[in-house]
Write a protein that binds this ligand. Structure first.
Ligand code: GDP
Ligand code: MG
Length: 216
């Protein structure tokens, strides 16, 4: 049965990083323009959605929150398989959260070597407490061939930009791969390309037919 949907493509994104770096607030600010000063631990795995316009298309973003603790790594690993891109977050006032980035990168690459990733330095409103310079963040990003953006979930600085950049990168990679598969795939009414190894799962629904019973 076909169900009408309000989007043409679905992109799944994961927000990843140490505990307390601001993952949940980044998502809340982006989806609901909401910021919470109190720390509320993310207990389960949850996602929020937001529709955006990109390249004249309505794209539904499904944004997964993650739990930044080693003991939940198996849950995060499963998410790495399901998403098309990751916002990897550290806190500019927390040295450990920056030092752990290498480890997060390693874990992602173990599952998907080609995962689109944007590096996010959060809490840039706390300039007085800064312990990680912009140059350090930028160097890490250059070394790992990823884009780097400083944001503040508190002030809503560059939050939209961060999600937009990740979506653009996901679509760029998708289009590169679609070319390799041939134009036929792009001309189908509904395209579903699923590769476990590279964890690309992209839905193209030009006639706005319902295709996903679970989440849309
Ligand atoms: P998570 O564990 O990564 O999900 O982190 P949370 O989103 O729960 O945020 C942890 C703490 O950092 C909370 O007390 C938030 O209020 C605070 N926080 C998050 N983002 C920012 C930010 O951009 N600026 C400031 N000043 N505090 C932030
Ligand atoms: Mg959280």
């Amino acid at each position: 049965m076909n169900v009408q949907t309000d989007f043409e493509s679905l992109i799944k994104i994961l927000v990843l990083g140490d505990l307390n770096v601001g993952k949940t607030n980044i998502i809340n600010q982006y989806t609901e323009k909401k910021f919470d000063n109190n720390y509320v631990a993310t207990l389960g795995i949850d996602f929020k959605t937001k529709n955006i316009q990109l390249n004249n298309k309505t794209i539904k973003l499904q944004i997964w929150d993650s739990v930044g603790q080693e003991k939940y790594m198996s849950i995060n690993r499963n998410l790495f398989m399901k998403v098309q891109g990751i916002l990897l977050v550290y806190d500019i006032t927390n040295q450990d959260s920056f030092d752990h980035l290498d480890n997060w990168m390693k874990k992602i690459k173990e599952v998907n070597e080609f995962m689109p990733i944007i590096l996010i330095a959060n809490k840039c409103d706390l300039e007085e407490d800064r312990v990680i310079s912009i140059n350090e963040g930028d160097d890490f990003a250059v070394r790992n061939h990823i884009t780097f953006i400083e944001v503040s979930a508190c002030n809503d600085t560059h939050i939209d930009l961060a999600f937009r950049k990740l979506c653009e990168e996901i679509i760029r990679r998708f289009e590169e791969r679609a070319k390799k598969f041939g134009d036929d795939l792009l001309n189908n009414d509904i395209n579903i390309i699923s590769e476990t190894r590279e964890s690309i799962f992209f839905l193209e629904n030009k006639k706005k037919k319902g295709i996903c019973k679970k989440c849309c």
